[in-house]
Design a protein around this ligand. Structure first.
Ligand code: SAM
Length: 262
């Protein structure tokens, strides 16, 4: 049977006493009511810093500090957590209608995005979204798909500020902008071009349902962002983000295999 996994704050791991504190309310609910685990069950606890602890569940009886009983776990072994892409992969995706955006966040997490940026563009359909809800969605997706880290979700940011930040602060990264209807190279062709691919992070910017404005595309181009096409069909924004990330992850995994690094 698959061993349940939980991310906890790094300070919840007490290496001195070889214990993991699981007394956060959402975690108690997940353990007691959703998964219906019992004392003695094995769980994998991740510190979101790359370490995974195989633990045995113990109940903490109700006491003076808390009226309810809660959980902790004793650490039996630890190892390096796996499941991360070979380099940081960021997706900047304008906010969409909530159900579609949340679906996209889950799939992007499963595919290996290391950070997600809710972008504000001229044609954004909505500017509202709940960061805490999004963080919860990516945390659960990261647990389910056996990632070592929970992807970071930033606060929504206008595309102009995002482009300036990326191009100034992260010179080692490659930035792609998915430009439908443009005379651009296809993403797979660009990935194979070593002159274009910088050694570190890869960021992909996707437009809203209404696409990018001429000014947004022009600004990206002036800052050295690489325009790419995803083929001859016009994809919905979330499909474009998921397809672009799939192509990049598959390229990186294939290349790592060929170079023998995995
Ligand atoms: N309203 C736009 C139009 O009709 O031209 C379509 C926008 S599309 C629904 C949403 C975003 O997905 C685009 O801005 C782009 O970033 C990305 N996208 C969709 N299809 C694409 C393609 N074939 N190549 C590159 N990007 C694409």
């Amino acid at each position: 049977m698959r061993i349940p996994r939980f991310f906890v704050a790094p300070e919840s791991i007490d290496l001195l006493n070889q214990q993991a504190n699981l007394s956060e309310q959402a975690l108690i609910n997940q353990i007691s009511n959703v998964l219906r685990l019992r004392e003695g069950d094995l769980v994998d606890v991740l510190d979101n810093q790359g370490q995974i602890y195989r633990c045995r569940l113990k109940t903490k009886p109700a006491g003076k500090k808390s009226a309810e009983s809660s959980w902790f776990a004793t650490i039996e072994s630890s190892m390096k957590a796996t499941g991360e892409p070979a380099r940081p992969l960021e997706i900047a995706l304008p906010m969409l209608r909530p159900n579609r955006y949340e679906w996209a966040l889950e799939k992007l997490t499963e595919l290996g995005a290391t950070s997600i940026v809710p972008l504000l563009v001229q044609h954004s359909v909505t500017r509202d979204g709940k960061l805490s809800r999004w963080q919860n969605i990516v945390k659960e997706a990261a647990e389910q798909c056996e990632r070592a880290f929970v992807p970071e979700i930033y606060s929504p940011i206008p595309i102009e500020a995002y482009l300036k930040r990326l191009t100034t602060d992260e010179p080692d990264s490659t930035i792609f902008i998915c430009a439908e209807r443009a005379e651009a190279m296809t993403l797979p062709a660009v990935l194979c071009n070593q002159n274009i691919l910088a050694p570190h992070k890869i960021s992909v910017i996707v437009g809203a349902e209404g696409g990018f404005t001429e000014d947004e595309l022009k600004m990206a181009e002036e800052l050295g962002v690489v325009p790419v096409t995803l083929g001859s069909r016009i994809l919905r924004a979330e499909t474009a983000a998921i397809y672009a990330l799939s192509l990049i992850v598959s390229y990186l995994e294939q290349n790592n295999k060929l170079s023998g690094t995995t």
